[in-house]
Design a protein around this ligand. Structure first.
Ligand SMILES: [Zn+2]
Length: 192
């Protein structure tokens, strides 16, 4: 079976202090910047997604957290809503990256260590050329490289997986890390 994650890669009635929006609200950034999105229908049987997700677990050794769906993608999961009721496919996370609600704390190779960044939970990670988004899910002050740290992300039309940052079918030579305001204020919300 072809696992074409890439072709599907192109995820708070909100204010500055709010947490991420509910899955039901139309995507926009915390400061209200416009986000381009669609609301795709699901045309597969559930078995299609189970088979794809099982093959992905087998191929990559990742941990499946939720079976796949064609209704929302990685950017929508990482930036709009982690809810399984999410129905928005977001084409590019750039509006979120531009929003001052998020601080770009790092841009570079994934060899940097978590402790040197002072990372805490809920940071968003954008892969090379905005092709993929993930949520940091590792130890906030680990001495390990960010590349070997755990993240959670949705892989195209496949499922939501917990995996190390570099164990993906996406480019990661230059990653960008964004910290939401509430995390900068020392609040860490557990992922999944
Ligand atoms: Zn589907």
């Amino acid at each position: 079976m072809s696992k074409d994650f890439h072709s599907f890669s192109s995820e708070t009635s909100g204010n500055y202090s709010s947490l991420p929006k509910s899955a039901l609200s139309v995507p926009s950034t915390p400061s209200g910047y416009n986000v381009e999105y669609s609301s795709p229908s699901e045309n597969h049987t559930s078995n299609f997604h189970v088979t794809l997700d099982n093959a992905t677990v087998s191929d990559y050794g990742v941990e499946l957290l939720r079976n796949g769906s064609c209704k929302y993608n990685c950017h929508s999961y990482a930036w709009h809503s982690t809810s399984s009721s999410n129905t928005y496919w977001i084409y590019n996370p750039q509006p979120y990256m531009n929003d001052p609600y998020y601080t770009n704390i790092y841009t570079g190779s994934p060899s940097v260590t978590c402790s040197s960044l002072g990372l805490c939970g809920n940071d968003r990670i954008v892969y090379t050329n905005n092709k993929h988004s993930a949520i940091f899910a590792g130890s906030p002050y680990s001495n390990a490289s960010i590349g070997s740290s755990l993240v959670i992300s949705k892989w195209g039309k496949a499922g939501v997986f917990r995996h190390t940052l570099t164990n993906v079918p996406y480019g990661y030579s230059t990653i960008k890390i964004y910290q939401p305001t509430y995390a900068q204020n020392g609040i860490v919300i557990p992922t999944e």
